[in-house]
Design a protein around this ligand. Structure first.
Ligand SMILES: Cc1cc2nc3c(=O)[nH]c(=O)nc-3n(C[C@H](O)[C@H](O)[C@H](O)COP(=O)(O)OP(=O)(O)OC[C@H]3O[C@@H](n4cnc5c(N)ncnc54)[C@H](O)[C@@H]3O)c2cc1C
Length: 397
């Protein structure tokens, strides 16, 4: 068995990787620096992902998707992120946090209603879990949905929502899947999932968040739900039953965020190795010097270890299943820091050239940091791993 058995277990996975890699070289790479600088999401490019089948990559074929697995999702994120992590984050928020969530938690009528335009790219979707006062402490969310006949009245704010705003003018996304309290005591609230659509009164962009360190090619916004009347038909699943939805989707979110770090690490390593071979100092290529070799050697070994862990976790993750918290937390915990460290070493090896945009690694370096925060902070992963090991024992024999 080789690493390729994990990273491309079937010919379909290899075809997917080849297709995404070719698309990235032709279309994603050339626009990445410009969109980062302008803090602008590339909507036309995003729509092209629909034609490639990537926007519904994990949606069953019966529902109009590509019907692929978690490994395919990891491949797509790794390849896209090697060129443009910011754009990839917007893709992830749409295809994993919104579309995959709908595909695995909505009923048949809801899927027919929302999935086709999300899968084609005509509509952009987002997912609202975090709030201004509750991130890691997700059960501390304050957004509340109160039943009112065949509607719910929803009030609250969702913070840091990728794709929440579609542009600089404050146009909200077409659709946001979000979590809200529908009852229960403060310390153990019942959580339900809803879909709010653009145009519903009371649904608006509070603020587009500017001047982010990285991931600037994706829009991030605070979203406001102000006495928003949402039809009961827009609730996914039974009232109060959404913690399971959330946990299931979070596992795929962590895994695909880890895949983004693989893309960042891989690209940074490639840039570092080429530069170290080409650049001369003291009459020798940089790659001759032991301290530079250490940057390269450690980066390669850490990247390969993370690749094996991320793809092995993907192989075991059932999109309809539960119970993959331990290793999705573990994979993201090590991969996010690997991506950050490899980008940092690449910048160090490139010296002053590494510090400017043209040489790519400074953008990767800025983007890499988010992956230690978004989709769960490193401390949250550590907390979950410690709990799961003490409750569930060790996963080896
Ligand atoms: C660019 C970007 C895009 C994002 N996109 C989305 C999105 O699309 N949808 C969405 O819902 N959210 C999104 N988020 C939010 C993201 O998931 C949260 O920022 C993250 O979960 C952390 O929450 P917080 O920022 O409120 O920090 P907090 O939870 O307040 O944490 C602050 C610090 O305290 C630490 N901490 C908190 N609790 C504990 C504890 N029990 N033990 C030890 N340390 C602890 C944290 O680890 C961290 O270091 C995004 C964030 C960013 C920056």
């Amino acid at each position: 068995m080789s690493i390729a058995d994990l990273t491309a277990p079937t010919p379909e996975h290899q075809m997917l990787r080849d297709a995404v890699r070719a698309f990235v070289a032709a279309e994603v790479e050339p626009q990445a620096l410009e969109h980062d600088r302008a803090e602008r999401f590339n909507l036309p490019l995003f729509r092209k992902l629909g034609s490639l089948g990537l926007l519904g990559v994990t949606v069953p074929e019966a529902d109009g998707g590509a019907g692929m697995d978690a490994t395919a999702a990891v491949i797509a994120h790794e390849e896209l992120s090697a060129a443009d992590p910011g754009f990839t984050l917007a893709y992830l928020a749409h295809a994993m946090l919104c579309v995959n969530n709908l595909a695995h938690n909505a009923d048949a009528a809801q899927k027919r209603r929302w999935l086709p335009k999300l899968i084609s790219g005509e509509h952009v979707g987002a997912m609202g879990m975090s709030e201004p006062g509750a991130g890691t402490d997700v059960m501390g969310m304050k957004t509340t949905a109160r039943r009112d006949g065949d509607h719910y009245l929803v009030s609250g704010r969702k913070m840091w929502i990728t794709n929440g705003a579609q542009d600089d003018q404050g146009t909200p996304c077409d659709l946001m899947l979000f979590y809200a309290r529908t009852g229960g005591p403060d310390e153990r609230p019942q959580i339900s999932t809803f879909v709010v659509e653009r145009g519903m009164p009371g649904f608006a962009v509070g603020q587009k968040i500017r001047d982010k360190t990285g991931m600037r090619a994706s829009n991030t916004a605070e979203m406001v739900l102000d006495d928003c009347r949402i039809p009961a038909a827009n609730r996914l699943g039974d009232e109060g039953s959404s913690v399971k939805h959330m946990m299931r989707n979070l596992a795929l979110e962590r895994l695909t965020l880890a895949a983004m770090s693989l893309g960042i690490g891989r690209r940074a390593l490639e840039v570092m190795v080429r530069y170290a071979d080409e650049r001369q100092a003291f009459g020798k290529p940089l790659s001759f010097f032991g301290q530079v070799q250490r940057h390269i050697g450690e980066s390669y070994a850490e990247l390969m270890a993370c690749r094996a862990y991320v793809y092995d976790t993907a192989r075991r993750l059932e999109l309809d299943g539960y119970g993959m918290r331990l290793d999705t937390d573990g994979a993201k915990l090590v991969a996010s820091t690997m991506g950050k460290n490899v980008a940092d070493r690449a910048m160090q090896v490139l010296g002053g050239y590494g510090y400017v945009g043209e040489y790519v690694v400074e953008r990767l370096w800025r983007d890499a940091k988010l992956l230690e925060i978004g989709g769960g902070t490193n401390e949250a992963h550590q907390k979950n791993i410690a709990r799961d090991l003490s409750k569930g024992g060790f996963p080896w024999g």
